[in-house]
Structures are given as structure tokens and as C-alpha cells.
Design a protein around this ligand. Structure first.
Ligand code: C2O
Ligand code: CU
Ligand code: CU
Length: 436
């Protein structure tokens, strides 16, 4: 009975207004700003957000569209805005080289040239990415295309198509964020925010609900299940739809990864009342008695074009090692002035990523590559499981694991690869490559 529910109604980020009436062109303004947010009644937390006090609006764009974004920095410190998962030229990517000083603005532009997907955006300024994301700077990007138009999937924004940005945080007594790291490692947050909501519930009808989940945490992995142990369908990973829905009982997401899942409150998930992690509710569902009929989820979602590998394929190896909050890739700490790899445009490469472990909180690393969507070839020599067979931009590599990906770049410029544990990224575990 939803009257028994305590907590706060899940906040749904607004959709960012497209200021250009031409359907082939989109123009947006995104302002990074300081603010105050009430996560708890009677308490104010100093936060930052885009066009608001915490997190940012959803930027919704279409394949083929020409997109112009005016990014304004009203913070007291430099920032950048990186489009995570988007295939764009290096100088529009928003990495550490595209700094926006306080009071300045930046105007990236690009043509959307990739399949429908749920991507995201966040700061990427050297040494302050972790702090700026923790304070609230992050938002989602939705790409629509002809395939997503045709598929009969729940698609009513905020009603049965729900964004979920999951982040862990710690609070001080006075309501301020307590962001703690030590040389030894990262202090996990005791409170989980979903779209900036503490203890959230989501009202749903008895129908299929699509959740677009982003692990937007700095460092925490999430291992999500439903409270009644029932299964759900995963329909998309980082870079868009899977070839076919995958029935799952748990969803693992490391920092930076996304997944889209379908929960059927009229069918298989009739008894489901919450999305949980370790028996702790992350999101409660207030299920009404209103039955809304929805179409069956299609058995074929999208044809995934297999990235072709030639006979003399170029290979590279990336060895990850961490020590507390810092780490290296191939034994090197990040250097803005050093180009680590040179890559040829439009040529597929095989990249082998090895997690060699390390000292103090050695754990898995979510390895992320800018400017592309790649495919996983193998995980410890084995074919990846079904949910890892779609396009990815971030892949989790556990201690001792070896993951091979095939990757191809279709845009020129300077890009980053790094661990998406943001403290690792800020403290050395990043390299840069030039595509030409
Ligand atoms: Cu989410 Cu280098 O990025
Ligand atoms: Cu990225
Ligand atoms: Cu890492």
C-alpha cells in the first residue's frame, strides 16, 4: 500500500530546452553554477549543478542532428564538460584540454553520428574531476534514432521511461557533504542518492517501466537486484541497445557504466517493490492498482554492426596498477604534455587491458575510452556474457583480469583513456592518445 511509503518522491531531472526550432539543429545552454540543495528537511547542502543546484538536465538529441552547446562556467574555479560516450572530434570532447575559466564559456558543436543510447556528461578538469562530480556536476544525454522510434518500448519521459543517476555520498551533521579520501583509499558514502533524492520512491502504474541507470558515483560499484528476487530485462548497455533483451536477476554497474532495464509491474514483476543493493532499498516503487497495457518487449532490438578486424590488426596493451587513491597505466602517471599513443583514424585495433592489482584498496578498475564505442572481445579468454555484447565505452576489469576490446576511432584529435574511479583518474590513472 503506497500510503505506507515513507521517503521522498524520486526527482526527475528536467529535459533541457532546445533553443533552435529547426528539427535538424539543436542548440542548448548549460551553465555550471553553485547552489544549495535540501536533501534532508531543514538542512541545506552547498552543491553545484548545471542550470540548477544539483546535477543537470537531460540533453536529448537525435542521430543526424547538428548540435550546438553553449557551456557557461559560473563557478569560482575552472571546469570542463565532457560528453561521456559521445563520438565527437577531440577538441569538442570536453577533456582536460578544453578548460573553461571562471566567467568564461565554451561552444562545442558536433553532428550526432551513433545509435540511440543513454550517455552522460560531467567535468573533466585535471585534479578536480572527482571533487566537481561529487559536488553535483553530472547529467544525462539521450540519443534517439530511427531504431528507437520504431521499437515499442516504454518511452514516456518521467512516467514509464525513468532516468536513474545513482551516487553515494556522506553528509556532515550540518548537512554539508563530507567528501573524504585518504592516501589509503576512498571512503564509501553511507547515503545513496538517486537523481539527488535521499530515500526515494517512484510512483508507477501496473505496466512495463524502463529504467535508464547510470552509476554516477566517484568510486562505488553497484550490484542491483529486485527485492523479490525476480528477473527483469536488460535492453541496453553503455552505447545503446543490445541485439536482444537479456533476462537478468542482478545488474552490476561500475562507475561510469549505464544500463537500461525493463521491469514489468503487470507481469513478471507483480510483487516487486524495490530496487535494492545488499538488501538495502535504493529505490522503492509505489505501485498503483491502475493497469496500463503495454506491448511485449521486442525479441530483436537492434542490429549491432560488428567492428571489423583486419589481418594485421594493431594491438596495444594497458596495464593498470593502483595504490590507494593513485595509480598508473603502463607504469606512468598522467601527464598533460605527453601523448601516450598515436592511433590511425578508422583502423580497428585490439586493446588488451590488464588489472595487475596494487596496494591499499586494490580493486577493479572501470576502464573508459573517449571518442568511441567499442566491443568486448574477451574477458579472461572467454567470450563476454550476453549483456556485454553490445557497444561499450567503459569496461570493468577486476584484479587479475585481462579484457580485450576492439576499438575504432572515426574522429580525429586528442582523447583520453582512464580509470573511471574519479580519484584514480585525478591521481594518475589516465593517458592520452592522438587520432590522425
Ligand atoms: Cu566519463 Cu573521461 O570520462
Ligand atoms: Cu568519457
Ligand atoms: Cu581505478
Amino acid at each position: 500500500d503506497d500510503n505506507d511509503l515513507t521517503g521522498n518522491r524520486l526527482q526527475i531531472p528536467p529535459l533541457l530546452e532546445d533553443q533552435n526550432p529547426d528539427p535538424d539543429i539543436a542548440a542548448f545552454t548549460l551553465t555550471a553554477q553553485e547552489g544549495k540543495t535540501s536533501f534532508y528537511l531543514d538542512q541545506q547542502t552547498a552543491t553545484t549543478g548545471y542550470n540548477g543546484s544539483f546535477l543537470g538536465p537531460v540533453i536529448r538529441i537525435r542521430r543526424g542532428q547538428q548540435v550546438y552547446i553553449n557551456v557557461v562556467n559560473q563557478l569560482a574555479e575552472p571546469t570542463t564538460v565532457h560528453w561521456h560516450g559521445l563520438v565527437v572530434d577531440g577538441h569538442h570532447d570536453g577533456g582536460p584540454h578544453q578548460d573553461i575559466q571562471p566567467g568564461e564559456s565554451w561552444q562545442p558543436e558536433f553532428t550526432v553520428d551513433q545509435p540511440a543510447a543513454t550517455l552522460w556528461y560531467h567535468p573533466h578538469f585535471t585534479w578536480s574531476t572527482a571533487n566537481q562530480v561529487y559536488a553535483g556536476l553530472a547529467g544525462l544525454i539521450y540519443i534517439d534514432d530511427a531504431v528507437s522510434d520504431k521499437l515499442d518500448l516504454p518511452g514516456e519521459y518521467g512516467v514509464n521511461d525513468i532516468p536513474l543517476i545513482i551516487q553515494d555520498r556522506n553528509f556532515n551533521q550540518d548537512g554539508s557533504f563530507s567528501y573524504q579520501t585518504t592516501m589509503m583509499g576512498i571512503v564509501p558514502g553511507q547515503t545513496i542518492l538517486v537523481n539527488g533524492t535521499v530515500n526515494p520512491f517512484l510512483p508507477v502504474n501496473r505496466e512495463k517501466i524502463r529504467l535508464r541507470v547510470l552509476n554516477g558515483s566517484n568510486a562505488q560499484n553497484f550490484f542491483l537486484t529486485l527485492d523479490d528476487g525476480s528477473s527483469f530485462l536488460q535492453i541496453a548497455s553503455d552505447g545503446g541497445f543490445l541485439p536482444a533483451p537479456v533476462s537478468r536477476k542482478e545488474l552490476f554497474l561500475s562507475p561510469g557504466e549505464r544500463a537500461e532495464i525493463i521491469i514489468d509491474f503487470a507481469g513478471d514483476n507483480k510483487r516487486t517493490q524495490a530496487l535494492v543493493q545488499n538488501q538495502k532499498t535504493l529505490l522503492a516503487f509505489a505501485v498503483s492498482e491502475t493497469v496500463v497495457s503495454s506491448e511485449d518487449i521486442p525479441e530483436v532490438l537492434a542490429a549491432i554492426e560488428d567492428i571489423p578486424v583486419g589481418p594485421d590488426v594493431k594491438t596495444r596493451q594497458f596495464d593498470l596498477e593502483s595504490m590507494g587513491i593513485s595509480g598508473t597505466i603502463n607504469g606512468k602517471y598522467f601527464d598533460m604534455d605527453r601523448v601516450d599513443e598515436e592511433v590511425t583514424l578508422n583502423e580497428t585495433e585490439l586493446w588488451t587491458i590488464r588489472n595487475l592489482g596494487g596496494m591499499m584498496q586494490a580493486g577493479g578498475h572501470p576502464f573508459h575510452v573517449h571518442g568511441t564505442q567499442f566491443q568486448i572481445v574477451s574477458r579472461d579468454g572467454r567470450k563476454p556474457s550476453a549483456e556485454e555484447q553490445g557497444y561499450k565505452d567503459t569496461v570493468y576489469v577486476a584484479v587479475g583480469e585481462v579484457v580485450v576490446i576492439k576499438v575504432r576511432f572515426t574522429r580525429t584529435g586528442l582523447f583520453m583513456y582512464h580509470c573511471h574511479i574519479l580519484e584514480h583518474e585525478d591521481n594518475g590513472m589516465m593517458g592520452q592518445f592522438l587520432v590522425k
